[in-house]
Design a protein around this ligand. Sequence first.
Ligand SMILES: *Cc1c(COP(=O)(O)O)cnc(C)c1O
Length: 422
Amino acid sequence: MQNLSQRDKKHLWHPLTQHKTSSLPVGIVKAKGALLWDDKGNEYIDGIASWYTTMYGHCNETITKAVTKQMQHLDFVMFSGFTHEPAVTLAERLIHILPNNQEKIFFNDNGSTAVEAAIKMALQYHHNKGDKRDTIIAFEDGFHGDTFGAMSASGLSSYNGPFEEFLLKVKRIPPPQEDNIEDVLAQLENIVQHHNCAAFIFEPLVQGAAGMKFHSAKGLNTSIKRCQELDILCIADEIMTGFGKTGANFASENLENKPDIMCLSKALTAGMFPLSVTSCTQKVFDAFLSDEVHKGFFHAHTFSGHPLGCAAALAGMELLESDVILERRAYITQAHKDFIANIQHHPKIKEVRSMGVILALDLNIEMERYGNLRDKLYQFFMERGVILRPLGNTIYVLPPYVITNGELQKIYNTITELLETV
Ligand SMILES: *Cc1c(COP(=O)(O)O)cnc(C)c1O
């Protein structure tokens, strides 16, 4: 009898995988809290909350109960021409905690499609107003997803290479740091003067896939302000940062000038269900109101606003600001700071940083994003029962809020052991 990994090899094609050289995927049979178990009985700590989705822990009973209850009641109905309680309540709750200029909720089914809808909204917003705008402004090394519009906005060449000539027109600026804000603003000014810019898309404060790179809230804020003066719609991709990871519920809370459009997914449904949101201001929505039918937003995904996803999201939002989770968010934030104080002068570390529950350290070693050495780091952690997915020479930790003190300590110890080994 073959095990899961061997059977997998016959018919499956995995994401982000070079099947010729990669090792077999690990067969996972069970999950609870911050832990996963494989089919050989090994236990792993999920140090990145399965791509930062399962923030309240795997198989969290509050979430599983809410979804079970919903599926016995109303499983699914298409969201064009119909509505339902979970979607309406979720929209009300989201509008309540999102930055206060957000008024409308458009549902999609994953992160990339949330971004895709955001970009199309921005392009059509100008089109509806009879304004021909064709350029998107984005940060260097941003990541916004893998569909064509989202991929166009993404600046990570390891993903985009073969598709470069088929992408939308995008102009890039470096993410502003405290010491280069003037330079970035000059570059932005040059772009807006020479192109018809429709939108500016960014991951606010933290660029996730780029390696948990932080930038200046002040610089971002000034960039948004300049764009909004020219009616360039500002799109905050909070798919990674949303729901408490940076400390605030949303990273955009640190901005004075609020985005016109926001994208949410990942932790939105606590990892239970693929669902996403593109929210926007009344101004954006109003540009689609017309007696001419075609000025509406003719964009849909079959599973838009899925009731099960909405039910999971509602249960997740109950947890987000519960006393238990608030305590854990504060604990992890402080634990990261203490760990940084301990290791920051280690000769193998180039830079170490944290924001909220995000911890990232850049090793003093050059390596390819998906090269051999990076794979060795990954294996080093796996052999010790810790799941971390280094991005090139950046090791990051973004644990579920419910991780225990002991589990978090084990992650730190394993990183320390690695520093002594590499
Ligand atoms: C993961 C992610 C996406 C893409 O979401 P998918 O659900 O994987 O399509 C987009 N933007 C950011 C910032 C992300 O972290």
